[in-house]
Design a protein around this ligand. Structure first.
Ligand code: HEC
Length: 148
């Protein structure tokens, strides 16, 4: 569980540097911080998949699903204007369609919150469905807003 918290901390520190650092440095740091957040998502999804494939335990899904939900709430703040420049796959459409981007983050958060509830209830059928819904919400943002 501590692992997820550490990644958040790293992402939060990255965001803090952005507000104080120079412009170019700031962009590089925020890109680095959000990539760390998304890598954490990947690890969290792998942990959840492992539990789903094994038929449980549902308790193993709680922390990674919470981590996804918490990160989802922070995604928009990690995409300041102009951060499509540099080592990033962010599409310019993020800023052209900002409210859609925020909605995609919100959908991801809500799907993860549902998954947390299913995991806490120990309902593996709901966990399985919830895992699918979270995965779909990742794709729901990547498709319009991330370059391949
Ligand atoms: C609201 C939009 C959004 C949501 C939701 C989202 N992503 Fe992403 N993701 C992105 C964008 C944009 C990038 C590209 C970031 C960059 O290169 O600066 C990205 C990048 C990534 C990366 C590559 C990170 C790297 O090191 O380059 C992974 C892995 C990833 N996402 C996994 C996920 C998973 C798993 C989920 C769902 C649990 C998810 N993402 C949900 C928008 C999103």
């Amino acid at each position: 569980m501590a692992k997820w918290h550490k990644v958040f901390l790293a992402a939060a520190i990255g965001a803090a540097i952005v507000s104080t650092g120079g412009y170019a440095v700031a962009q590089a740091d925020v890109i680095k911080a959000r990539k760390a957040g998304f890598q954490m998502n990947k690890d969290a999804m792998a942990a959840i998949k492992k539990a789903v494939d094994a038929g449980g335990p549902a308790t193993a899904v709680v922390a990674p699903a919470e981590a996804i939900a918490a990160w989802a709430a922070k995604i928009p703040a990690h995409f300041p204007k102009g951060s499509d420049q540099g080592d990033t796959k962010a599409k310019a459409d993020i800023w052209a369609k900002w409210s859609d981007f925020e909605k995609a983050a919100k959908a991801n958060e809500e799907a993860a919150v549902k998954l947390v509830a299913a995991a806490k209830a120990g309902d593996m059928d709901a966990v399985k469905a919830g895992f699918g819904a979270v995965g779909a919400s990742c794709g729901g943002c990547h498709k319009p807003f991330r370059n391949d």
